[in-house]
Design a protein around this ligand. Structure first.
Ligand SMILES: CC(C)(COP(=O)(O)OP(=O)(O)OC[C@H]1O[C@@H](n2cnc3c(N)ncnc32)[C@H](O)[C@@H]1OP(=O)(O)O)[C@@H](O)C(=O)NCCC(=O)NCCS
Length: 133
């Protein structure tokens, strides 16, 4: 592995999604290290539909973020989300939505990044979080 080089991100800028991948100091893509936002049709991710308060806004949905165990807890996830948010903003996304689901529960991670729970609506199955970019 090359010495002295930091981990860096590589981005994917697609028609209906943007993503960030982690590249190790040797220049290799790290397996299972990515974050993605979709901004096409969000219906598959929002069982209860788009909450009224967001209708008309250009929305993105964080489909996932993941790091291998040995790289967690070093601030890489935070930097990865910030890089992803910048990419999404560059594509006109105004508000990001997500469901914090993971083991252990990543809710604190998202709260630290400024995501806030959307008031639960009757019948909603999962807590939805949002951040205005
Ligand atoms: C969630 C994840 C991407 C966070 O990345 P990370 O690089 O470990 O996080 P950071 O080092 O940037 O941590 C930032 C803050 O979030 C907290 N945090 C990170 N992961 C957390 C978790 N799973 N549960 C609770 N808090 C968490 C950290 O403690 C830190 O807060 P602090 O500075 O107040 O202590 C990473 O832990 C992971 O891949 N987890 C497994 C997959 C997962 O749960 N993905 C989320 C799907 S919605």
């Amino acid at each position: 592995m090359a010495q002295g080089k930091p981990y860096r991100f590589e981005s994917y800028d697609g028609d209906s999604s943007v993503a960030v991948f982690l590249i190790d100091p040797g220049g290799e893509q790290v397996e299972d290290a990515y974050a993605e936002v979709e901004f096409g049709n969000l219906n598959p991710h929002l069982d209860d539909g788009v909450p009224k308060v967001f209708r008309g806004a250009k929305l993105g949905y964080v489909t996932g973020i993941e790091l291998p165990d040995e790289l967690q807890g070093r601030g890489i996830g935070t930097a990865m989300m910030e890089s992803l948010e910048k990419l999404a903003r560059g594509r006109g996304v105004e508000t990001l939505l997500l469901h914090p689901i993971g083991i252990p529960d990543p809710t604190r991670f998202y709260l630290g990044l400024g995501y806030e729970p959307v008031s639960p609506l009757a019948g909603q199955s999962l807590p939805l979080y949002a951040k205005r970019l």
